[in-house]
Write a protein that binds this ligand. Structure first.
Ligand SMILES: NC(=O)c1ccc[n+]([C@@H]2O[C@H](COP(=O)([O-])OP(=O)(O)OC[C@H]3O[C@@H](n4cnc5c(N)ncnc54)[C@H](OP(=O)(O)O)[C@@H]3O)[C@@H](O)[C@H]2O)c1
Length: 273
């Protein structure tokens, strides 16, 4: 096992696996150029045998990499930083996907603050359709940010955003896959209630949701304009939309994103008290 790799991940869970898959399939890194550290030996065996990456039980081996991605749970981060922070080379790029961990919270753990990038990806990354917000600290150069972009664009899209937007990003696209899957679940059930076989209803709904998202994205048109195109006066869609408007679905989504954004802020503050 060699620790001389360009890219290392501390934490080998769900998000780490999504990134390994994207990076190796897109050829950003060869499998042998990736080192993964995790406390579970069985998990490391799985990652090594499935993707051909190098593995270690020792987080400090990751410190030889040019870029280190922190992919542990928020509660696990302080212990990891305590372990590796003091030995972190000043020019090694650190990338965190840890929800709620602010750039300023990393500072105290390093002898010399390295270039750091905070990101907020979402579960779409596991199918190559993620969206990741990216913010760098003052030590980040254009090249560091480009490196972060290349990593997250291997599993979807990436967007530069000032860090003060991260709670809103968490409330919108971080939690978003759950909102949309709730809609999908409800629509599948609605189709079944109208007599459609469950499998058919599922296929109809999934493709409708995916197609509508792509249409909004590719057309560049306002969603309301696209909606109006399918609303025949006194027709079927108009009847369905009226029910949704009466149920204040639009306002309810605003409240849901607001609640998630506030909760993200609260969790961030609690973690650093
Ligand atoms: N999943 C998402 O959609 C999503 C979206 C945005 C951001 N994030 C962020 O991504 C991070 C990872 O999420 P995840 O879903 O991939 O979590 P996960 O599947 O639980 O992965 C975390 C991995 O880190 C390992 N670990 C625990 N302590 C460690 C240590 N001291 N050193 C090295 N590895 C350690 C865990 O092992 P054990 O299982 O043995 O503890 C686990 O394999 C989280 O901070 C989360 O906030 C996730």
């Amino acid at each position: 096992m060699s620790a001389n790799v360009p890219f290392a991940l501390i934490g080998g869970g769900t998000m780490a696996e999504a990134l390994i898959k994207g990076l190796t399939s897109r050829g950003v890194y060869q499998p042998a150029e990736i080192l993964v550290s995790d406390p579970q030996a069985s998990r490391l065996v799985f990652l090594a045998s499935t993707y051909g990456v190098q593995t270690t039980l020792d987080n400090r081996q990751c410190l030889a990499a040019r870029t280190i991605l922190l992919a542990v749970k928020p509660t696990q981060l302080p212990a990891v930083l305590h372990e590796v922070g003091a030995h972190w080379p000043a020019d090694t790029l650190g990338i965190s996907i840890v929800a709620g961990a602010r750039l300023q919270d990393f500072r105290e753990h390093f002898a010399v603050e390295p270039p750091l990038v905070r990101t907020m990806p979402n579960t779409g990354c596991t199918v190559g359709m993620g969206i990741t917000a990216i913010a760098g600290n003052d030590r980040c150069s254009e090249e560091h940010l480009a490196r972060a972009h290349q990593i997250f664009e291997s599993v979807g899209e990436a967007v530069d955003l000032p860090e003060h937007y991260f709670d809103a990003v968490t409330g919108l696209s971080g939690s978003g896959p759950a909102y949309v899957t709730l809609i999908i679940e409800a629509l599948i059930e609605a189709g079944v209630q109208q007599g459609l076989p469950r499998r058919v209803s599922r296929d109809l709904v999934c493709q409708t949701v995916a197609g509508a998202a792509l249409l909004v994205k590719q057309s560049g048109k306002h969603p309301a304009e696209l909606k109006d195109q399918v609303v025949t006066p006194a027709g079927t869609t108009a009847a369905g939309l009226q029910v949704l408007e009466e149920a204040a679905v639009r306002a309810t989504f605003c409240l849901a994103v607001k609640a998630a954004t506030l909760r993200s802020r609260e969790l961030g503050e609690e973690a650093h008290r």
